[in-house]
Design a protein around this ligand. Structure first.
Ligand SMILES: [Zn+2]
Ligand SMILES: [Zn+2]
Length: 371
């Protein structure tokens, strides 16, 4: 079938909307009409080569839409189901079997192999140009910067039909990543203190999630005053402008010592060190932001030895289904107002959406597909 998709021709090339051919669903696969797809920092860093996605290819990994067709042997979803396209995983490796599909042993292939991970057509892209040249697909199992996506049916998360579908795609990555780091990984104790470095989409989701816990000190650190103001509205008890003060000293002043937890959402190596230095004995620093490929960071050895934990997390850890379901219900109850971070663009406006995001004017750009 014909689809419109934003193609990246080669490393660093701009997104260009083209008409492509998409395969029909084979065994285990589902065809999803994309209603809207969020844009995430990872799409940008992949376009510049920090994840080894082959090009030409279609990025996008925060898709939400409606199932329109399924292949043989699919029982997880039916045509008409409203879905968020969840995290891809093999389902059979040790980590998948242990309930940790975010850390699937075949994760590299699953996220950016450029084709299907599973099924009889494993390894093959699902997209091609009208002349037959293949275009790489299945970025994070979805390649959602397109009007339709061919996905592995088991990765889909069915959502309630009365939920605002166009807003839900970012629950596949950005919002789940920030919220899951707090709710799945840190689980703050009563009275805990927590500092979030970088309050873009992921950091603000962490702030909103922290407000749902018994943590009593929630500090947001950023360089954009507008983001700090929003963080304060969404649950931060304190804000620190990193341009005006040494954030580590400010955290120690506000917490009367080190914080219990730090979340590093920027991927900037100097900030990784600040986040690690913000927690003390038995404190936990969670690394979330994606740094450039090959980046390294340093730590103070002695203070790390004192029971400090530095933990990496992907996608919010845990399984996608329960977290996404809970965040949708919390949103309905007014307790996780992620709609305040979103702004809609058309697929053809993807360049403008990215530019506005880089300038810090929009926190979560979402591309609405015109059908
Ligand atoms: Zn992402
Ligand atoms: Zn696996």
């Amino acid at each position: 079938m014909k689809v419109s998709a934003a193609v990246v021709e080669e490393l660093g090339a701009p997104f260009r909307v083209e008409e492509l051919e998409l395969d029909e669903p084979g065994p285990g696969e589902a065809l999803v009409r994309i209603v809207a797809s969020g844009i995430c920092h990872t799409d940008e860093i992949t376009r510049h080569g920090d994840l080894p996605m082959p090009f030409p290819g279609v990025l996008g990994h925060e898709g939400a839409g409606v199932v329109v067709a399924v292949g043989d042997d699919v029982t997880a979803v039916r045509p008409g189901d409203h879905v968020v396209i969840g995290w891809p995983s093999c389902g059979t490796c040790r980590n998948c079997r242990d309930g940790e599909p975010r850390y699937c042993a075949r994760l590299g292939e699953a996220l950016c192999g450029g084709g299907r991970l599973l099924g009889p057509s494993a390894g093959r892209p699902a997209l091609r140009r009208p002349g037959g040249t293949p275009v790489h697909s299945h970025f994070f199992g979805q390649s959602s910067f397109a009007t339709y996506s061919l996905t592995w049916a088991e990765a889909l998360v069915v959502v309630p039909k009365d939920a605002p579908l166009a807003l839900l795609g970012p629950l596949a990555c950005g919002f789940s990543t920030g919220a899951g780091a707090v709710l799945n990984t840190l689980r703050p104790a009563p009275g805990a203190s927590l500092v979030v470095y970088g309050v873009g989409a992921v950091g603000l989701a962490a702030v909103m999630a922290a407000r749902l816990t018994p943590a009593t000190t929630i500090i947001a650190v950023d360089r954009h005053p507008a983001r700090l103001a929003l963080a304060a509205e969404l649950g931060a008890t304190h804000t620190v402008d990193a341009r005006a003060a040494d954030p580590v000293a400010e955290v120690r002043r506000l917490c009367d010592g080190p914080a219990d937890h730090a979340l590093e959402c920027t991927g900037v190596i100097s900030v990784v060190r600040q986040a690690a230095d913000s927690v003390g004995m038995l404190g936990t620093c969670v690394l979330i932001g994606g740094a450039p490929a090959g980046a390294e960071f340093g730590l103070d050895h002695l203070s790390t030895l004192w029971g400090k934990r530095i933990v990496g997390t992907l996608g919010g850890s845990g399984r996608a289904q329960p977290l996404i379901g809970a965040l949708i219900e919390l949103h309905r109850q007014g307790r996780f107002p992620f709609d305040r971070l979103a702004r809609f663009y058309e697929l053809g406006e993807i360049g403008e959406a990215l530019a506005a995001s880089r300038r810090g004017e929009v926190i979560k750009p979402i591309l609405r597909m015109d059908h």
